[in-house]
Write a protein that binds this ligand. Structure first.
Ligand code: FAD
Length: 426
């Protein structure tokens, strides 16, 4: 490793990689440590929706800015990332849901977003031949989709082109501090010194912070996804209608659903008081499982040796998809999506999603220890935010103030008595 570095980044998902890119673009010397492969966990396993629609109001300005970046990203990175600005369509079934969406649309319009509520007839005009069972939908035309497997890889190449060093199969074990200031990271291949550390470790972030006495309430859920064979292309709207799907440029589809699996870990018990309301409200959508993960990750919460063992044993989390759920999803997609009646599942995968109690990320520069920047907790929608996360992390480090309001994303909200409830509709 060619020290000195200005910044060490722990974790090369989309958050860590875009952070490295935007920092290097502004002249910083950056080293990225990744325990497995670049984007091996959430950032290559997501659906690929890039949406402003349905977000917590606090996130809307960030996503609007991210959306602008996405529009020019293929040019900026000189790469094919399968960006398609095909819009985002979410159907609703009941009067109550409609009222909720109408309120959300009014808020979004206040920010200048063009979202609108569609009638059943307008849905049919937009997606001819659909058999959606719904009362209406909400539509944001400027939303899009991109291919997760390509996006972080493209940011990595562009970052390397600006001198960023990526070290894969190289876990960050401990964030080092001296007299209240960050001094670097003790990594699997030795100490890397830098006055600033960005922690972007996805589901592992809370465990990395415990050694510093910092408590990040973070839970994991397992989402399953299937890629289908190709169907004639009908619409590039990323669609959420009981099931979620998007059709790619080659006609194949990513299909999934909101219902997810929760593999119990020791955090499930220790954070129960933080999550029980969400669990109760989404009881039908979450299945609980007790499996190997409980023992595999148990000691990583309590001891440094246990953490180091878990980080090197789980180089890349590759959990099993829930095939029962995916077969049900496939059945519904075939019945309701136009032109999709003959598609088959081509391949499947799953990924652990990191969730915070209010489903908002942590994007913050801490004072104690000074020099630690957190970019984590993206709660199932950090792919779309990827580009703006990177830019904001670079601003948190290089500028007196970031260009957007980050107060709702402060780390202190977990301990300053704030009431934390999700305000996102999806
Ligand atoms: C099934 C599924 C569907 C989703 N759908 C969408 C969607 O459609 N749209 C959307 O916007 N978002 C979606 N998301 C969420 C999105 O993928 C995540 O919010 C985003 O990828 C998080 O990026 P990240 O960089 O924070 O985390 P990750 O991608 O998980 O990256 C963290 C990285 O840090 C590494 N790491 C951890 N600890 C250490 C350590 N100690 N040392 C070194 N490296 C370490 C890990 O190996 C990993 O590579 C989905 C997620 C899943 C799983």
């Amino acid at each position: 490793m060619s020290e000195p570095f200005d910044v060490v980044v722990g974790g090369a998902g989309i958050a860590g990689t875009t952070s490295a890119y935007y920092l290097a673009k502004r002249g910083a010397r950056v080293c990225v440590l990744e325990k497995g492969e670049v984007a091996g966990e959430q950032s290559s396993r997501n659906w690929g929706f890039v949406r402003q629609q349905g977000r917590d109001p606090a996130e809307i300005p960030l996503m609007m800015e991210s959306n602008k970046i996405w529009q020019g990203l293929e040019r900026e990175l000189n790469a094919d990332i399968e960006w398609i600005q095909g819009g985002n369509l979410i159907t609703f079934d009941t009067e109550k849901e409609q009222a909720g969406w109408e309120r959300w649309v009014a808020t979004a319009r206040g920010f200048g977003l063009e979202s609108r509520v569609l009638t059943r007839a307008e849905i049919d005009e937009l997606v001819p031949g659909n058999a959606f069972e719904c009362r209406g939908a909400v539509w944001t035309e400027s939303d899009g989709q991109a291919e997760p497997r390509k996006v972080t890889a493209a940011f990595r190449r562009a970052a390397e082109g600006r001198g960023v060093e990526f070290h894969t199969d190289c876990a960050a074990f401990e964030i080092l501090t001296e007299s209240g200031k960050v001094t670097g990271v003790a990594g699997e291949r030795g100490v890397v010194r830098a006055p600033t550390v960005v922690l972007a470790a996805g589901v592992w972030s809370s465990r990395m912070l415990r050694a510093l006495g910092l408590k990040l309430p973070q839970s994991w859920i397992r989402g399953s996804v299937a890629r289908t064979t190709a169907a004639p292309i009908q619409s590039h709207a990323a669609t959420w209608t009981g099931v979620a799907y998007r059709q790619r440029g080659d006609g194949s589809m990513n299909v999934a659903t909101r219902s997810a699996d929760h593999d119990l870990t020791i955090d499930s018990l220790m954070l129960f008081s933080r999550y029980w309301r969400e669990f109760r409200d989404n009881r039908g959508a979450i299945q609980l499982h007790l499996n190997r993960l409980f023992l595999d990750t148990f000691w990583s919460r309590f001891t440094q040796a246990g953490l180091e063992r878990a980080l090197t044993r789980h180089r890349t989390f590759d959990p099993a998809p829930n095939m029962k759920t995916l077969n049900r999803v496939l059945d519904q997609v075939r019945r309701t999506a136009p032109g999709a009646h003959d598609v088959e599942i081509d391949f499947t995968w799953a990924g652990y999603i990191d969730m915070t109690p209010d489903m908002l990320p942590v994007l913050d520069r801490l004072r104690a220890p000074d020099g630690l920047v957190l970019a984590t907790g993206f709660s199932g929608h950090g792919f779309g935010m990827g580009p703006i996360i990177g830019r904001l992390v670079s601003e948190l480090i290089l500028d007196p103030e970031p260009s957007l309001e980050l107060h709702p994303f402060r780390f202190a909200r977990f301990s300053d008595g704030s009431t934390l409830r999700p305000h996102a509709i999806v």
